[in-house]
Design a binder for this molecule. Sequence first.
Ligand SMILES: *Cc1c(COP(=O)(O)O)cnc(C)c1O
Length: 462
Amino acid sequence: MNREVFSQIPQVEKLLQAEAVQQLLIQYPRCLVVESVRELLDSIRLLPKPKIEKVDFSLESLGSAVRGLVSEKAQTSLRPLINATGVILHTNFGRAPLSAQAQKAMLEIASGYSNLEFDPASNTRKNRHSHVEPLLRSLTNAEAALVVNNNAAAVVLVLNTFARKKEVVVSRGQLVEIGGSFRLPEIMKVSQAKLVEVGTTNITNLGDYEQAVSAKTALLLHVHTSNFKMVGFTQEVLLSDLVKLAQARGLLTMSDLGSGVMVDLKRSGFDHEITPQKAVSAGVDIITFSGDKLLGGPQAGIIVGKKEYIRQLEKNPLSRALRVDKLRLACLEATLRLYLDQDNACKKIPVLEMLLRPLEEIDKQARDLMSQIRAVVNDGLSLSLVDGFSQSGGGALPAEDIPTKLVALHCPRMSPEKIAQKLRGNEPPILARIAKGQVLFDPRTLRDSEFKVIVQAIKNIF
Ligand SMILES: *Cc1c(COP(=O)(O)O)cnc(C)c1O
């Protein structure tokens, strides 16, 4: 390698003394600036020779490159993005956006001290769950409730408490893998429960469960197979029949509902979903569901059921390890309060509002977005309105395509993949769908306030 070229690369100290970099030191933490200077110089050293020869080694030019790196590092890593995919609950995008009420409650509790485990009136300690338990009781009709870190934790806690070194009977049709990382057999293993599979993937009947029950059986487990739907010749045992069998044999029943849908979606034309209320009335002993799926709240694992079992769960040391913090309790309480009025919940909880948003409204949004884009880019771009489907995601409402209106964008000079890549590179990143050579924007998961960001990004790209 040409030594002359290398000798042009300044030392770290020298570049730190440059005027432009000194300016950065006033604005940003020193460690970020030094790290950026090192990174820049290292990256130049790694360039192939013909490229190094083209580098502008003036301190102004290097200084401005350092500025770029520093401003990137100074940004928080976890930050918002715009979801134009139409997938309402996307684990990678943080699942449920929160209601204004939940946001306010979190902020208030975050900014100071609170009565998390204290009752000022009696000057005594109290249980942190007392802030949400009465709400969960009245919303689900269950005797008692407990909240842990997430639904996976809830399942582990229940199995570890009641089925450690014992057997748990599950239908093969319900042995699902949910959202990539929830595999029931693995959850069973860490809970130290032994899995006993019954039936076949498409058919399980009560007799299958009856035959599998032995002296070692502790629990009959029902899992809501929420992210796929079997069609055709299938048979599942009714929850109430499972409860009857368990009671006759002195066993417990547990239902993992996945998405805790608390409103009657059947009324809105969606396929039947088992709600926690229905599982309680079927007589299930312990029911678990997520806080951040269709419930529309914070990440949490909600456990409701018979009082004696919930109290036993609380005594398991694992529940201390899986406990939720004050921010999520504040958020969950505010979210649950909205459910006291179901119509209110459907309007104020973002995931429900998006799910139930009428097609006419989406159509209006799509036309609005399209005309805003047209106003800034008028040639070289074809825009149209197409029919499509949104998805609930998050393992809820399977095969339940939700009709929507999409804004389809096509450009003969740029591939849809390239356009999507540029949209992802926007700040904030914009996530869209690609189909049939077009980039598609689904207004269902967009707020009108996000339109101008999308319009500006498209203007920048073209
Ligand atoms: C999503 C889901 C889980 C996992 O819930 P998390 O809150 O993500 O831990 C468990 N069981 C079922 C049936 C689910 O749908």
